[in-house]
Design a protein. Structure first.
Lengths: 314, 634
């Protein structure tokens, strides 16, 4: 069985402008939603208390809301999740209130209403922790980008590394855009998924660039122009790209369907990341590299260095 | 050319053996057990307790499968393992009754526990099951912030008092001692007095003095030395950690985790604890310390039988107990500014105690005419007093004195710790709390396991259909990857969380990339008309550079997550990074080994079972499948 039976190299680069226009539009939309709607941060970032209560029968949300408001907490969010028996309560961080006692007061109040209720999960995060997490998250993102740029510049050439990072950073913005548009909860786990996707979809560019380098070195392709070499690289790696991502996506879908609420958004972020990752790292990154003026000469030198090191050995 | 030298096969076998041995403990499950630990600060569980537990169980004809003394955790304990939960329940009741003479004030804490069923020989190899995080086993997680400011404040108050009393003792006239932020300002009318004061204050080595002011408003500004400042902070955090360990122990938690995080934070994880408010109550309790005089009217040794004089009380618990002490304390823990283990002039272990200025005066007054009499230090917790030490007063004591005759450096360190527990504990706030019900934990394990299993199966089915035998090799490499990853996680005792399981799944999803790259390359080489053997060699070799590049970029992301991440991210990142490393081994080195073993010795190889190879020959695009060259398994 073979999915891809491509006779000639597909002239992707002829449509580079269209690919990038699509990309740019999605990007602008993502930025727009990020600014207008904003991310729905989990309490890990905002601080506050989240409680999950399990009732023995379908819960009366209105009554729960009243009980909690009776305690003097405002802006609380009470909703059922999963089944009607499971209730999630979100209390925002309040200044001047001993927040660590909130969950106990609420539990006591709810137990008074219905002694059958069971506390499944409590999460309380102080406001200072949230600020640090946001700070650390941005720092991690910065380090990933910097590390990848340096590595690719060292391994290939700066034009490739810049192209790959721009392409993949725009993926991240698009994932964030999705989270903003649908107001999905942005938690630490989602952040981890996004950073993992960044590392993963850079792979994609690496595989294409590897082919580009190989084609530049190969005498058979000596007469090809840069866009033709890029077309060849993309075409010849397409089968692998789709199969790999398909396999990874199978795993991610397994998490999406079987992983429960914690892994739900994690898998969702990965899915969006993988889909846009293919698109941007292949079409956008290659086109960007082309526009940045990648030439055969750019890659001749690194090849020599590589040979001196003995090349690839298994 | 497709043959591995012997050492490579040996390496593969060794890796597999490692994988199996260290993965296996995860499948033995756990058996019910009872854990016995000390309820008292002054009593440590020792190996002898194990013998006693064994004896009690034998007398009660409740056979334990094993009774062992464990000194590896924060608190030493004795653990007895049982065949069924029924025996476990009976044994707990029996042990509680037999070990504790006074049920209202227990000496030992007897708690339920679960012990892994790993066979002895595996345990000897340090093969243990993975350490499950709270989100998988249920429990309470607290992040506590130590109020370093309060610790410093107390230290500075002590310093200020010392300065005041020193200047008074030396009869140096100052025009005021004030706190200004973290500094102490002492004002003088003339330079001469200031010089005298500076000389006198040289005694306080932890303070740096600088001059300020002019004319008749001269000042000395005292600040804590950088080392002293750091030491104070360190002590404050360490103190709280040891206090927490002691209290957590009282909760009877099987495997508590109390760990420092950053400069001034402490993580407390209590697996299995559901009663959050009780846990908070116990953790947040404060202890106080009192120094009291021993009532001399009661002859030592007859305390329990004699009448207790009015104004005195009997203490039954602790070292040198029973003892009758005055109700009126000489001083309270507030006056103790430091307590540390040291050595006396005879190089015997001792505990040095520093009192702040006013405390020194009180001590002097109290001990001046009590030389030769005995003094006791009592730790109060939950309103119950526990005698830490009873010592004979050798001379008049001042703001610095030693308690000698400790016996061993360990005993000295323990006492110093307890003294600090009652006096120096810094206030703590809970800044993060997470409670996960046990049911939710079990659910999470199942969900995580299911995701990995179904994802893995789907990938295997696809790979085998698409790449045939090579797909099977890839799937085999993938399972070796899981094996090695789980073995590594078990060996390193990394805490496995739900995001960690997600990372395992993702590691597999990403690891398949290497195999796909290799298989596609081999197909391509075949398509170009190379011989099967050459195609294998070239496929692996040429794919390697790409695999390395892509794994390094993924690893960069993983490492950044590991360094800057906290909590959920960290749990993910550790597994993610390890998964990349094991996948490099299994997808490239191991799968090449399998391929070599299968094909390497076949000299006249006509084809590879890598699925259909399609060649772009004119008609291929129109007639699809039929026209393609088929090179299936022979």
């Amino acid at each position: 069985m073979e999915f891809f039976r491509i006779k000639k190299d597909i002239p992707f680069m002829r449509h580079a402008l269209i690919f990038n226009a699509i990309s740019a539009l999605t990007f602008v939309a993502a930025v727009f939603f990020l600014f207008t709607k904003g991310l729905h941060f989990s309490i890990e970032f905002t601080g506050g208390t989240v409680m999950e209560m399990a009732y023995s029968k379908p819960a009366d949300l209105e009554k729960i809301r009243k009980s909690i408001e009776g305690l003097g907490y405002r802006d609380t969010l009470v909703q059922s999740f999963g089944t009607a028996q499971d209730v999630m309560i979100r209390l925002p961080a309040q200044h001047g209130v001993n927040a660590s006692q909130q969950s106990e007061k609420v539990t006591a109040a709810l137990k008074a209403d219905d002694p059958e209720v069971r506390l499944q999960r409590v999460e309380f995060v102080g406001p200072q922790v949230g600020d640090e997490l946001a700070h650390d998250g941005l720092l991690a993102l910065g380090m990933v980008v910097l590390g990848i740029v340096i590595y690719l510049a060292f391994r290939f050439e700066w034009k490739f590394s810049v192209a790959a990072v721009i392409a993949n950073l725009h993926d991240i913005i698009i994932i964030l855009g999705f989270f903003a548009f649908f107001q999905w909860e942005f938690s630490l786990t989602v952040l981890a998924a996004i950073l993992a996707v960044l590392g993963y979809s850079v792979n994609e560019s690496v595989v294409v660039f590897d082919r580009v380098r190989e084609a530049f070195r190969d005498r058979r392709f000596g007469k090809l122009s840069t866009p033709e070499v890029l077309n060849h690289a993309i075409t010849s790696t397409m089968s692998r790209t789709v199969i790999t991502h398909g396999s990874t996506e199978m795993m991610v879908l397994a998490m999406f369907f079987f992983g429960g609420p914690t892994l739900h958004y994690f898998a969702l972020a990965l899915t969006i990341g993988i889909l846009f990752g293919i698109y941007s790292s292949v079409f956008v990154a290659a086109a960007l590299a082309m526009w940045l003026g990648v030439k055969r000469e750019d890659l001749i030198k690194p090849v020599k260095v590589k040979d001196e090191n003995g090349g690839a050995v298994v | 050319m497709n043959r591995y030298s012997l050492w490579k096969y040996v390496l593969i076998v060794v890796a597999l053996l490692f994988g199996v041995i260290y993965t296996v403990p995860n499948f033995f499950g756990e058996s019910p057990a009872v854990q016995i630990s000390s309820a008292k600060s002054t009593l440590k569980v020792e190996a002898a307790v194990a013998g006693r537990v064994d004896e009690i169980l034998k007398q009660g004809s409740l056979a334990a499968e094993s009774v062992a003394f464990d000194n590896s955790g924060a608190q030493p304990s004795v653990r007895a393992r049982f065949a069924t939960t029924d025996i476990q329940f009976k044994a707990k009741a029996l042990l509680e009754q037999q070990l504790n003479t006074d049920p209202s004030d227990p000496t030992y804490i007897v708690a339920f526990n679960l012990l892994p069923n790993t066979p002895q020989w595996l345990q000897a190899l340090h093969a243990f099951p993975m350490y499950l995080g709270l989100d998988l086993r249920g429990g309470v997680h607290f992040l506590m912030q130590v109020d370093i400011k309060a610790v410093l404040n107390k230290r500075l108050q002590g310093l200020q008092a010392s300065v005041r009393s020193l200047l008074r003792d030396k009869n140096i006239r100052h025009s005021g001692i004030n706190r200004n932020g973290d500094a102490i300002e002492i004002s003088f009318r003339d330079a001469d007095t200031r010089d005298k004061a500076r000389a006198a204050l040289g005694e306080l080595q932890e303070m740096v003095l600088t001059d300020a002011g002019s004319g008749d408003d001269l000042k000395l500004i005292g600040t804590l030395r950088a080392e002293a400042l750091k030491q104070t902070q360190e002590d404050g955090v360490k103190q709280n950690i040891s206090t927490l360990s002691k209290r957590v122990n009282e909760l009877g938690v099987a495997e508590p985790l109390i760990q420092r995080q950053g400069a001034d934070r402490i993580v407390v994880e209590l697996p299995g604890v559901q009663d959050v408010s009780r846990a908070k109550d116990i953790i947040g309790r404060t202890a106080t310390l009192e120094v009291r005089m021993v009532d001399e009217s009661v002859v030592r040794g007859t305390e329990e039988s004699s009448a207790i004089p009015f104004g005195s009380e009997l203490f039954k618990v602790g070292k040198n107990a029973p003892v009758v002490l005055n109700k009126e304390p000489v001083l309270t823990g507030d006056y103790i500014s430091n307590a540390s283990a040291s050595f006396d002039e005879n190089h015997q272990p001792a505990v040095s105690i520093d009192l702040n200025g006013d405390g020194g005066r009180k001590m002097r007054e109290a001990t001046r005419d009590k030389v030769g009499k005995a003094m006791a230090i009592v730790l109060f917790e939950k309103g119950k007093g526990e005698v830490l030490t009873v010592a004979t007063i050798r001379s008049e004591l001042g703001s610095r004195f030693q308690i000698t005759g400790m016996g061993s450096p360990e005993a000295a360190a323990d006492l110093a710790l307890l003294l600090r527990a009652g006096s120096l504990a810094a206030p703590m706030d809970i800044i993060e709390e997470r409670t996960i019900g046990p049911q939710l934990g079990a659910d999470n394990i199942k969900k995580g396991f299911d995701s990995v299993l179904y994802g893995f199966l789907a990938m295997t089915v696809f790979m085998v259909i698409y790449y045939q035998l090579f797909g099977l090799f890839s799937a085999l490499a993938l399972s070796v990857n899981v094996l090695l990853l789980v073995a590594l996680l078990s060996t390193l005792q990394v805490t496995l969380t739900l995001p960690g399981i997600a990372a395992i799944a993702l590691a597999l999803g990403m690891a398949i990339d290497s195999n796909v790259l290799i298989n596609e390359r081999i197909r391509e080489e075949l398509r170009a008309g190379n011989s099967p053997q050459a195609a294998i060699a070239a496929g692996f070799d040429r794919a390697w550079a790409t695999i390395l590049d892509s794994n390094v970029t993924t690893l960069i992301a993983g490492l950044a997550l590991l360094i800057f991440g906290s909590g959920a991210i960290r749990g993910f990142a550790v597994v993610h990074c390890l998964g990349i490393l094991t996948s490099m081994f299994s997808a490239v080195f191991f799968s090449r080994g399998v391929v070599n073993l299968w094909y390497g010795r076949k000299k006249r190889l006509s084809g590879l079972a890598i699925g259909q190879i399609w060649k772009p020959q004119g008609e291929a695009l129109t007639t699809s499948g039929k026209a393609s060259t088929k090179r299936g398994a022979k």
